[in-house]
Design a protein around this ligand. Structure first.
Ligand code: SF4
Length: 201
């Protein structure tokens, strides 16, 4: 299997340009415990890594993330992004034109499935960890060049809370979006998608 880093290095790390990934208190603690200086964090509006003069994240060097093993949740989740409306977690995927990793995922459904699960886990943890004011600030950020791939109901603490009907709605949303955006050969991986949804419960 091709390494994600190879694909990301090939594109030059566009997602690390003007990225401003949110940092929860828990993530800041992890960064500081791993030797990251607090000077590298910008607390304006919401905590996020500072941006260098060339527009890239301060942790982006030589085409790579220097804090890969402890990078923020939204960086781990990429190329999936999120929005939150009325306690429905909306998961979006970047368009192929701006992200070669998204294209790779859509052509390799098993990898898509793993990354989708990882993204949802990280995003829900981030939502749980953030103060409501900080979360509100983050939700103002537009995510252009993406399309919705799933809707997942959350309970007030940000955890999954699916009854059977909600499970069916989520399953249908995922399948509809996947079949609209993927090649037809992916249809035979239907059972794999069901497995993904089951894991999320
Ligand atoms: S933390 Fe790492 S992956 Fe995230 S934007 Fe910065 S350099 Fe990129």
């Amino acid at each position: 299997m091709i390494n994600f880093i190879q694909i990301c290095m090939g594109c030059g790390g566009k997602c690390c340009f003007n990225a401003n990934p949110p940092l929860s208190s828990r993530r800041i603690k992890i960064l500081l415990e791993n030797g990251v200086s607090v000077d590298k964090i910008d607390f304006n509006k919401y905590p996020h890594p500072k941006t260098r003069g060339d527009g890239y994240c301060i942790f982006f060097e030589n085409g790579k993330c220097t804090i890969h093993h402890i990078k923020p949740e939204t960086c781990v989740a990429g190329p999936f992004t999120f929005d939150l409306r009325n306690n429905i977690l909306e998961i979006y995927l970047k368009k192929d034109e701006i992200c070669p990793l998204a294209k790779y995922l859509r052509e390799n459904l098993e990898v898509y499935e793993k990354q989708f699960k990882l993204a949802v886990e990280n995003i829900t943890r981030l939502i749980e960890d953030l103060d409501s004011e900080v979360l509100a600030e983050i939700l103002k950020i537009d995510e252009p060049e993406t399309f919705k791939v799933a809707e997942i109901p959350l309970n007030p603490k940000g955890r999954f809370q699916l009854n059977f009907n909600q499970y069916l709605i989520m399953l249908l949303t995922v399948i509809t979006n996947m079949t609209m955006s993927l090649n037809l050969h992916c249809l035979h991986r239907f059972s794999s998608l069901i497995h993904t949804c089951s894991i999320l419960l």
